[in-house]
Design a protein around this ligand. Structure first.
Ligand code: LLP
Length: 417
């Protein structure tokens, strides 16, 4: 279910033709459909309505304020991993009492900021972090609501860079150590034990790793309960995959049914941290063909977006579908779609059957709503591209294009130099 469809030969987002936006604001740009964002959130959240739960959208997937505001209006919570993400969430109107904070390297300053913001829960990832949080809470005269993120040692069967719940990964605390940490924390006055958390990875296309994880976490919660430690929130993390090419991930309702079945009898509120499944297919990157060139080996289509705008193909060899903004008749050719950056690793797509694009054609890079703009950079001193949100027949630039002045705004050249 997404809102990028052809009307005749022209690709639209909801009721706005993409070529209109391209000619009015130039390329490249990210484009998000408000309707799809809302539908995806509602479908996901609605799938859990039979049980007490809180859907905490994972801000790292797409942290634009306009996007966060859409979720804030739907009553969403969020999962954050930095002080900056807390700031964004609160600025967009997310209730602090619906913020959960994960991450292996929270600094003292970030812990203080989160504590003063009165967030729902810290997902603590090490004994040392717990110790520092205790000290911070004590000096602030506040209680920190905590969950320990346990490492369930489950293989999510996804790309190794985005697997997080295996023993060899840096995330979480092993179960035996977590038990000791809980028993210590329960006697400490500046902690309030709120939950148990985990997150096993991303772009997971099967239900079984989630069910296996939940089984382990459930056993752990029951063990804590026999020791008199009551857990209010069970945070299962995010990770549900989407279709980029031909993956067939479970529908959120199938995922929810399996989880709800496994939750049976557990007196906890379930927290979920979906990112990609909500925003991934709600956004695209629109880019323009600058040149085409034919070498002895292959055909290259050089576009105005690059790995600094969308790093996923370069970093994970990720697949993003390529669609023409205006369909054209004629033969298909096999080509690499590459950016202007001075690296061979700068590609958007390789060895693809595409229409015979010519200079000036616009191309839609599909499924780019998650980990697209949020992972972009200024490499090669390229100003970051605008983000646009479509709402029915209207569109709003929710982040303007950076200027050359923006590139150097924070830099100073000392007089002595
Ligand atoms: N919760 C925690 C603690 C996480 O670390 C993540 C993602 C999520 C939730 C959301 O996961 P999702 O539902 O989006 O799968 N940059 C990579 C993905 C990195 C995911 C990092 N953690 C990519 O472009 O594929």
């Amino acid at each position: 279910m997404h809102s990028f469809t052809y009307h005749g030969d022209d690709l639209y987002c909801e009721d706005v033709p993409l070529h209109v936006i391209a000619s009015e604001i130039g390329t490249p740009f990210y484009l998000y459909s408000r309707k799809t964002l809302e539908d995806h959130f509602r479908v996901f959240d609605g799938a859990f309505e039979r049980i007490p739960h809180l859907t905490c959208y994972s801000v790292k997937a797409n942290s634009n304020l306009g996007v966060l505001k859409v979720f804030a209006d739907l009553g969403a919570g969020v999962d954050v991993v930095s002080g900056g993400e807390i700031f964004r969430a609160v600025t967009a109107g997310i209730s602090p009492q619906k913020i959960v904070y994960s991450g292996v390297g929270k600094s003292r300053q970030e812990l203080e900021y989160a504590l003063n913001t009165d967030i729902l829960m810290f997902n603590v990832e090490s004994s040392q972090e717990l110790e520092l949080l205790g000290a911070v809470a004590q000096s602030a005269g506040r209680k920190a609501r905590i969950a320990l993120r346990i490492n369930p040692d489950i293989d999510p069967k996804t790309h190794p860079y985005i697997s997080t719940g295996l023993k060899k990964n840096k995330f979480g605390i092993k179960i035996e150590e977590a038990l000791q940490a809980y028993t210590r924390a329960v006697t400490t006055t500046h902690f309030e034990i709120a939950g148990v958390a985990c997150h096993i990875g991303s772009q997971i296309t099967e239900v079984s790793p989630f069910v296996d994880t939940l089984r382990r976490v459930k056993q752990f919660v029951q063990k804590l309960s026999t020791q008199g430690i009551r857990i209010e929130y069970l945070d299962l993390g995010g990770g549900l995959g989407i279709t980029y090419e031909d993956e067939q991930p479970p529908h959120p309702s199938e995922y929810a049914d399996a989880i709800i079945r496994e939750m049976d009898g557990l007196p906890c509120t379930l927290i979920l941290e979906p990112g990609r499944v909500i925003v991934g297919n709600a956004g695209i990157l629109v880019t323009k063909v600058l040149y085409t060139k034919q070498t002895d080996e292959k055909k290259f289509v050089v576009v105005d977006a690059a790995m600094n705008d969308l790093v996923r193909p370069s970093l994970y060899e990720a697949y993003h579908d390529i669609q023409p903004v205006a369909k054209r008749q004629g033969p298909q050719v096999t080509a690499d779609i590459v950016g202007p950056i001075c690296e061979t690793g700068d590609f958007i797509a390789r060895q693809r059957e595409v229409p015979e694009f010519v200079s000036g054609d616009c191309i839609a890079v599909m499924s780019a709503g998650a980990y697209g703009f949020s992972m972009s950079s200024n490499y090669n001193s390229r100003p970051r591209v605008p983000e646009v949100l479509v709402d029915n027949t209207r569109y709003f630039v929710v982040r303007r294009r950076e200027s050359y002045e923006d590139l150097v705004r924070l830099e100073t050249v000392p007089e002595e130099l």
